[in-house]
Ligand binder design. Structure first.
Ligand code: NAP
Length: 522
């Protein structure tokens, strides 16, 4: 059995004390253990700030991009071995594992290219310079300078690969060193990635540290130049936000929390059309992919009353094709949830939703391919239906983080649908499927402010879009309200969190000579 180690202050360290067990969610067997007790986190952050920060700030964007490219290649070169670990520790099917691992290497490669484009500069100009006085000489220029602290990244259990990479890519490219921490329960994949990076020596000293387990007192050592990017539950996000030392020092915190993402079928969309198929594919994929354990997965599905019967029948047909079981077995499309606690939470969540909506799929015994006995943290695809969504409470505010969605019938009027979507309290992403431009426009302006991202499905795009569940590095990820209020990625926008925006005022010729002109603008 493997014992994970942390990589801090330039060395691999095994924690002391009682270790935390990692399990195979298909068999429930213990497969590894880890502890971070006894690790000196003050030394870890000091080393990252001093060594890593200095080394990264000395590099140009192009050079930092080269580091990201090397990391991307390291992951890609070990793709098959990493997929096996995602199956073993995450309960991912092969396809789910690729989603996470290729998402990681792809995001790093995207930011490597951005680094190349930003070229030989070491910081960014933010917008045009501004004449501040009567003469053009008194001038102001906003600049984005790498912050002098450390970026602590805390990730959720469901994306140990991509979750690590999407945060690390932005911080490292901006010139900030990273201390990254996966969720303990699924840390095996991120641990192996970190080992591979270290073996390949692809990072400057101090640029990336790795905490294999509990954060311990890590956050108590942070100060005003440090940042925290957190992904996980709203409750943990709140605990972190309320830490007195972080509040006192105004430590910048980005929170990516949960979300009741919606899919809206426009009343104009006929069954069998391309737009309808796209809608159906996206909903069915999001219920089953990664056993529904994606923060971006569709949880609430809105259709008009006269579409309900057809959509319900078609969705049931699609979801009944799913095969639940050992993610390594041929033909299995839905693996187990990641942990025993997840299974308890999802089961309780379904019971809660079932008090106000009818369960039309998922109750009762179900087949588990390749599994003996009743081992494993399996939950079958589950669909609930309601014809009175405005009367529901829990469906609009309780995230069931598994293969579960609720189909609801509405009047089909944009204002009514928008009001229901907004009851999610702020989301990461919602999707609208319509070829009626007026309906699409109403939805963009009405539900846009409640989301970090909208996916507008329409006929001519049906073969080109990966669906709302896929986060693309070019556009932002995060959302207002219950989604955490955070914002990550979005191309060069993602670098701003790791930079200090400073307005420099002075003589135009002097500032332009020191800062450069427009060529390194964000
Ligand atoms: P979680 O229990 O809140 O844990 C998230 C991370 O926080 C883990 O790494 C955990 O470490 C760490 N943590 C827990 N307590 C901490 C503390 N006091 N100080 C510092 N770190 C602490 O959430 P989860 O169960 O892993 O994730 C599921 C939730 O994440 C779902 O609600 C999902 O919607 C959300 N999520 C959101 C996004 C997004 O991008 N918005 C993406 C993925 C998931 P340990 O594992 O060591 O306890």
């Amino acid at each position: 059995m493997e014992t994970l180690e942390s990589f801090v202050a330039g060395e691999w360290i095994r924690g002391s004390g009682t270790p935390h067990a990692l399990h195979n969610p298909t068999t429930e067997e213990k497969i590894a253990e880890t502890s971070t007790a006894g690790i000196e986190f003050r030394r870890a952050v000091d080393h990252a700030r001093d060594e890593g920060g200095k080394n990264l700030r000395a590099m140009t964007f192009a050079e930092r991009g080269d580091v990201l490219r090397a990391m991307s290649r390291v992951i890609h070169a070990s793709r098959d071995a990493l997929i096996e670990l995602a199956i073993l520790n995450g309960g991912n099917t092969r396809s789910d594992a690729k989603f996470d691992i290729d998402g990681a290497s792809g995001t790093l490669a995207y930011y490597a290219e951005l680094g190349k484009e930003l070229g030989s500069q070491k910081f960014l100009l933010d917008g045009d310079g501004i004449q501040l006085g009567r003469s053009p000489r008194f001038f102001g220029q906003h600049v984005l300078l790498p912050r002098r602290g450390v970026a602590v990244h805390i990730n959720a259990f469901n994306f140990p690969g991509w979750g690590f990479a999407e945060k690390a890519a932005c911080a490292l490219l901006a010139g900030m060193p990273v201390v990254t921490k996966p969720a303990t329960s699924t840390a095996l994949l991120a641990f192996r990635m970190m080992k591979l990076f270290d073996e390949a020596k692809c990072l400057p000293r101090g640029a990336l540290s790795f905490v294999a387990g509990s954060a311990g007192d890590l956050l108590s050592h942070l100060g005003g130049q440090d940042v925290i990017a957190f992904t996980g539950s709203s409750d943990t996000g709140s605990i972190i936000r309320l830490m007195p030392n972080l509040q006192k020092a105004s430590v910048r915190i980005n929170v990516e929390a949960d979300s009741l993402n919606a899919a809206v079928l426009g009343p104009d969309v006929p069954p069998g059309s391309d737009t309808y198929r796209m809608f159906l594919n996206d909903v069915a994929r999001d219920v089953t992919q990664k056993a529904g354990q994606k923060c971006t997965a569709i949880r609430r599905v809105f259709v008009s009353k006269d579409q309900l019967a057809q959509v319900q029948g078609d969705l049931l047909d699609r979801l009944r094709e799913a095969k639940v079981g050992d993610p390594a077995a041929d033909g299995v499309t839905v693996g187990p949830l990641a942990t025993a606690q997840q299974k308890r939470d999802v089961t309780a969540g379904i019971e809660l939703l079932a008090k106000e909506a009818a369960v039309v799929l998922g109750s009762g015994p179900f087949e588990r391919v390749g599994v003996t006995g009743d081992k494993g943290y399996f939950v079958p695809p589950t669909l609930l239906v309601s014809e009175a969504p405005e009367t529901l409470a829990r469906v609009h505010d309780h995230e069931v983080f598994g293969p579960v969605a609720t189909l609801m019938a509405t009047s089909g009027r944009a204002a009514d649908v928008a009001a229901l979507v907004a009851r999610g309290g702020g989301g990461l992403v919602s999707s609208v499927y319509s070829d009626d431009r007026e309906f699409a426009a109403d939805m963009i302006f009405e539900i846009g402010p409640w989301h970090g991202r909208l996916v507008m499905g329409s006929e001519k795009l049906s073969d080109q879009m990966p669906g709302p569940g896929t986060v693309l590095p070019h556009t932002i990820h995060g959302g207002p309200g219950r989604a955490g209020g955070g914002e990550e990625l979005g191309g060069a926008r993602g670098l701003a969190f790791y930079s200090q925006r400073t307005a420099v005022q002075g003589s135009r010729p002097i500032l332009e000579a020191i800062l450069g002109k427009k060529e390194n603008k964000a």
